[in-house]
Design a binder for this molecule. Sequence first.
Ligand code: NAD
Length: 356
Amino acid sequence: MSTTLRYGLIGTGMMGLEHQRNLNAIEGVEVVAAADPVQESLDWATFTAEGRPLETFLDYRDLLTADICDAYVISSPNFTHRAVLDDVMKSGKAIMVEKPLCTTVADARHILEQARTYPNVFWVGLEYRYMPPVQHIIQVAQRGELGDVAMVAIREHRHPFLVKVGNWNRFSENTGGTLTEKCCHFFDLMRLIAQSNPMRVMATGDQRFNHLDETYDGRTPDILDNAFVIVDFENGVRASLDLSMFAEGSVNNEELSIVGRTGKAEAFIPSGIVRVGQRSGWGAGVHEETIVDDRVLVEGFHHGASFLEHLDFAQAIRTGTPALVTAEDGYWSVLMGAAAHLSIDEGRVVHLSELR
Ligand SMILES: NC(=O)c1ccc[n+]([C@@H]2O[C@H](COP(=O)([O-])OP(=O)(O)OC[C@H]3O[C@@H](n4cnc5c(N)ncnc54)[C@H](O)[C@@H]3O)[C@@H](O)[C@H]2O)c1
């Protein structure tokens, strides 16, 4: 491995370029290559390189054959992850694959099996863990400042899905469904905060308003845009997700709360506000502050989270230490999304044991 870590991007749409901008700003790393089947996306990557040398490939397999990288960052559409990973894992190089790990439970199981013996860093881009206010309240909980954690509530009220290259995100078969595609982040946070695996899931939701007036090759999108999901964890923690994707009339897109035996912590994004209070102080004892992480040099579309994630990914590659966001984390978040969709489809409680 050269002293400077050399990265190759696979997929240079919105998220691939966010990774590129992050890496451009980090010392000791360089993006040397990009692969994407769409020339326009490659042109964006060349533009984002801002004069740095960048080799481009229309087929990622030619990038792998060139063997000029120490690490690959996979930001191709969700439904391509499994096939791309099958090829990239033959390289033995460090890998960061965007969330969701893949779109089906069968693929998640397959990738987890491969990753268990992978000889290099295998990292899943569940970067909401790195949003500074989220990190802050997770640390508060993990230091025991809330007592035994009992409840996790996550609300995402945001805008509809954006337009993607080739409109791949308009159909559940390509995304894994909204509760996998989007909400894998929140299921991952629930599991991280609960420090336990999920036992059962109950959900309700549908496609109420979004994308119903669009057609692609004669088909109308089938993308769920609102849901409530309840998750019971093995250790008794319970969590809820409240999702609306027609809620532009909001100050914050994400609101998280963790309640323990003795205290409560909340985080609001993008305002960056966190509140931590103890039962004994009632409302008067609630401390409020705005969390900023000075290490963030690129805000991107995720409030610096994917930048911070790259600092840890590079550190893991250099030190040969295991990934901090693992294939197992990716696997569970896909399973929880699939369980929530199954619960909606069949109108019943779904036990995770059915999917494992
Ligand atoms: N971590 C996050 O918060 C976050 C945010 C947005 C997107 N994502 C994930 O990033 C991935 C890409 O999403 P996006 O928003 O950039 O989509 P996008 O449509 O903007 O870009 C995807 C790019 O991948 C290219 N592509 C298609 N097939 C490919 C293949 N086989 N090999 C290489 N490139 C291929 C497309 O041509 C396109 O340029 C998805 O998995 C998505 O879920 C993660």
